[in-house]
Design a protein around this ligand. Structure first.
Ligand SMILES: C[S@@+](CC[C@H](N)C(=O)[O-])C[C@H]1O[C@@H](n2cnc3c(N)ncnc32)[C@H](O)[C@@H]1O
Length: 381
């Protein structure tokens, strides 16, 4: 439910000036207004002369930092910031997270949640906390059950662990094989709340998904920032080269298409949780197993599992050869989904070493496989 903006900003003011503030970020802009700075960060610091409130503003060219004394000076500086027509405020305290988003009508959509980082003693509670408030209107608009919310929240945690503290702004994101767009909207909400100016495009081959997702974006009042394209991952034309590529359970080799496009776009970060794997499994079934590994492929279930492992190992190896630092992690417990692996890659632009090339060639050569991703990628020079 929208709330009066002045009431929401009064709540933000109170949190910014109270003890227990962890950090706050203001960014974006209200319809028809342009703040004098693109972004502001507020956090408490302890300097030689005692505690201060640090305010870092960014005019788009460079950051400007000032440290103000608690009390009247801090209150005046905070009032100045609150008077700026920012589109979003994200405030974290030791006990709460409050996000305020100004709607097109000039009201406030307020999400109140628990602390992002609880005190170390509250390990158990921390594990239960959500990155995106389960009460976020996104979920009532888009539907979805608790399991899906848990999966999306886990994916966002992996995203949070991948991105730097200071997000680039604008931050351009694509969600490939977006389906119902849970992740598309959740990533947008999460990243925008962190203060970045976020543009997200969701891509799915299904036109009905594009129509539905576009209507959801209208309903959530974010259709200017979150758009959808009906098209194939392999051929889609995006309005920008994305900084961040997401792909959650894109079917079979659609994950390879997503990784290949990410490499082509030179995306800075890639998070892809693969779905079913048939490509390498079929090649193993029809090919000759190198000695002494016959036992590994003799039984269908073992061959299938091994094919999954080999597929994702080769994907990781290929990304590495194309200038990415890669790790493969479980983003959620396997009890929630058996498809719980995540390839997490950050572009370094490093040229592959001879040892890395040789390792890849030996592995594919011994098993006699040609991964789909290798066919999609440009040959390494
Ligand atoms: C298993 S669903 C996952 C949807 C969503 N990412 C999620 O996790 O909720 C896979 C989606 O990828 C889409 N898809 C599969 N292959 C595709 C391709 N080559 N290009 C575009 N979309 C594709 C399907 O239409 C489907 O909506």
């Amino acid at each position: 439910m929208p709330e009066p903006l002045d009431q929401a900003l009064a709540e933000v003011r109170e949190l910014l000036l109270a003890p227990g503030l962890t950090r706050a970020v203001a960014a974006g802009r209200r319809r028809g207004h342009v703040p004098s700075v693109t972004r502001a960060q507020v956090r408490p610091v302890t300097l030689k002369h005692g505690p201060k409130l640090q305010i870092v503003t960014d005019d788009g060219a460079r950051p400007y930092t000032r440290n103000v004394a608690p009390g009247a000076e801090a209150a005046a500086a905070v009032d100045e910031l609150l008077a700026e027509p920012f589109g979003n405020w994200h405030v974290e305290t030791e006990s709460a997270t409050v996000q305020v988003r100004v709607t097109k009508k000039g009201d406030a959509q307020v999400h109140r949640g628990g602390a992002v980082a609880a005190p170390a003693s509250a390990e158990h509670d921390r594990a239960k906390q959500w990155l995106l408030d389960p009460g976020d209107p996104l979920f009532s608009v888009i539907g979805g059950n608790a399991a899906k919310r848990r999966q999306i929240d886990a994916f966002l945690r992996a995203l949070a662990a991948t991105l730097p503290e200071d997000l680039p702004s604008p931050l351009r994101v694509v969600d490939l094989g977006c389906g119902n767009a849970y992740l598309t909207f959740a990533a947008y909400r999460y990243l925008a709340a962190r203060g970045a100016q976020v543009q997200v495009v969701g891509v799915d081959v299904r036109e009905d998904q594009r129509v539905r997702n576009t209507a959801v974006a209208e309903e959530l009042d974010c259709s200017g920032d979150v758009t959808f394209v009906a098209g194939t991952i392999e051929a889609v034309d995006l309005p920008f080269a994305p900084d961040l590529v997401l792909a959650l359970h894109a079917c079979d080799t659609a994950t390879d298409q997503a990784l290949a496009r990410a490499v082509e776009w030179e995306a800075r970060w890639v998070l892809a949780a693969p779905c079913c794997h048939h490509d390498i499994a079929a090649q193993l079934k029809g090919g000759a197993t190198p000695t002494p590994y016959e036992e590994v492929t003799r039984h269908a279930i073992l061959r299938e599992r091994f094919a999954d492992v080999l597929t994702d190992s080769l994907r990781a190896a290929l990304l590495r050869l194309h200038g990415y630092r890669v790790d493969v992690v479980e983003f959620i417990d396997s009890a929630h989904t058996p498809r719980n692996l995540l390839l997490r890659a950050r572009r370094t632009g490093a040229a592959p070493t001879d040892a890395q090339r040789a390792e890849y060639d030996t592995l594919t050569g011994q098993w006699g496989v040609t991964p789909a991703l290798s066919v999609l990628l440009e040959p390494i020079s």
